[in-house]
Design a protein around this ligand. Structure first.
Ligand code: CIR
Length: 254
């Protein structure tokens, strides 16, 4: 098997200006860097070779590389963020992906963030959100047709991205924040509801070695996942969560 790769990107000095949906918290760059480094250690421990891109202070959210591209088979879809201030983040990520994948950029007027996309089997689920629009879904559907994957759009309510609300654990299991999406669209999955007292805190990232990183501040939900036989590894990313991120957002895995 080819080596698994994780593209990650450093935390910029300007991280405290990252976009946030609600009231602006005080974001601490040093704390975010420590948590980011610990996250990268977990990826390396799971066998990923890290492709580390340097931070860019012009882009406070540049560590959230997931939003810049989505790898689907032999193709990397290059995103055009719904947040115009983030569009310049794609350059170095696209350059790196071009060494391995055919690039398919989403073009104007399409807007999409990678945080709105997950793939299970031959289905590409895509959130219709504050960041991702119908035109991008149409363009993604074209790419899907080429790759023999179907695209299922899902409207997302009250959260930033689809993967703020629906966290795939494997191809058959998702954790869902109740009330954020039409769960009938996820009828092929076993749905684990996020524990009410941990609302919007659970995030998960399944890794190639079979472990699943889970947010350390959502232990009840993590236990529900572990009870299904998954090997969960709690990781503290509180400062990343304060900037509306989770565990999926800081890497592109392939
Ligand atoms: C943003 O608002 O774009 C960033 N502060 C957070 C992005 C998180 N991305 C993700 O979970 N995929």
């Amino acid at each position: 098997m080819d080596t698994a790769t994780a593209i990650v990107r450093g935390v910029p000095d300007t991280f405290d200006a990252a976009l946030v949906m609600g009231e602006r918290p005080k974001l601490e760059v040093a704390k975010a860097r420590k948590q980011h480094a610990n996250y990268c250690t977990h990826l390396a421990k799971a066998g990923y070779e890290l492709a580390e891109l340097p931070a860019d202070d012009d882009y406070p959210d540049c560590l959230f590389v997931e939003d810049t591209a989505v790898v689907i088979g032999r193709v990397a879809v290059i995103c055009r963020s719904g947040a115009s201030a983030r569009r310049g983040e794609v350059g170095p990520v696209a350059d790196r992906l071009a060494t391995t994948f055919e690039l398919r950029p989403i073009v104007e007027p399409g807007t999409i963030d990678g945080g709105d996309v997950f793939i299970a089997g031959d289905t590409i689920f895509v959130g219709l959100s504050l960041r991702t629009n119908h035109e991008a879904v149409r363009q993604l559907t074209e790419v899907g047709r080429e790759l023999e994957r179907r695209v299922v759009p899902i409207e997302v309510q009250g959260v930033l991205h689809l993967k703020s609300a629906v966290l795939p654990i494997d191809d058959h299991t998702v954790v869902v924040t109740p009330g954020t999406v039409d769960e009938t669209l996820l009828s092929d999955f076993e749905i684990i509801p996020e524990a009410a007292e941990e609302r919007h805190r659970f995030s998960a990232l399944p890794l190639a070695d079979g472990t699943v990183l889970v947010t350390a501040n959502a232990p009840k939900t993590a236990n529900l996942v572990a009870a299904r036989g998954f090997s969960v590894v709690p990781v503290n990313v509180s400062e990343i969560q304060a900037a509306d991120g989770g565990l999926t957002c800081m890497s592109i895995l392939y």
